[in-house]
Ligand binder design. Structure first.
Ligand SMILES: Cc1cc2nc3c(=O)[nH]c(=O)nc-3n(C[C@H](O)[C@H](O)[C@H](O)COP(=O)(O)O)c2cc1C
Length: 167
């Protein structure tokens, strides 16, 4: 089982959350091959990175919230995506300064984009109860410890779901 976590991070917070998700995935599925990849490295020139994403069963996309949406770098990457997302189980996560700053909108934009590409999307599931993850996990400024714990649980839930779908 392979999972790729593709993120954009200008100041490191989204990258740290990608790593927390990876830790959760490995805790759930120690045999999983999981990689955190900056989207600046997932370019058509970097065939090794593109091949890893293309061969992954699950792909997660992480963004900082920019003006209540995904970072333009993520939008551009998805628009000209060198990877094929169709048929994969995908999800999204975000970091932001404020809960009211729109990080959930950023997550929703990414999920919509991935659905258009033919991916199946996974939210984390409000129905699982505490901690509630409605569309995807979000980490806010000065709440990195809580955010990382949430991301880890999201990683566990995602790994469980990838296993259920792909075996
Ligand atoms: C251009 C720009 C726009 C931003 N817009 C928002 C926003 O609308 N709402 C919010 O809560 N935070 C906003 N932020 C804060 C970032 O989402 C936040 O600092 C994020 O965690 C940075 O992630 P990074 O460290 O991975 O780059 C913005 C930051 C920048 C640079």
């Amino acid at each position: 089982m392979k999972i790729a976590i593709c993120y954009f991070s200008a100041t490191g917070r989204t990258k740290a959350m990608a790593e927390a998700i990876a830790a959760g995935i490995l805790e759930q599925e120690p045999g999983c091959e999981v990689r955190c990849l900056s989207i600046t490295d997932v370019t058509k020139e970097n065939t090794e990175a593109v091949e890893f994403v293309n061969s992954a069963d699950g792909v997660l996309v992480g963004t900082p919230d920019y003006y209540a949406g995904e970072a333009w770098q993520i939008k551009q990457w998805l628009d000209v995506c060198p990877c094929k997302m169709a048929g994969k189980l995908c999800g999204a996560f975000a970091t932001a300064n404020f809960a009211v700053g729109g990080p959930v909108v950023a997550v929703e934009h990414i999920l919509t984009h991935l659905m258009v590409q033919g991916a199946m999307v996974y939210s984390g599931g409000g129905a699982y109860g505490q901690p509630f993850i409605h569309l995807g996990p979000v980490c806010l400024r000065d709440q990195e410890t809580e955010g990382a714990a949430l991301m880890k649980i999201f990683g566990q839930r995602f790994a469980q779901q990838v296993k259920k779908v792909f075996g």
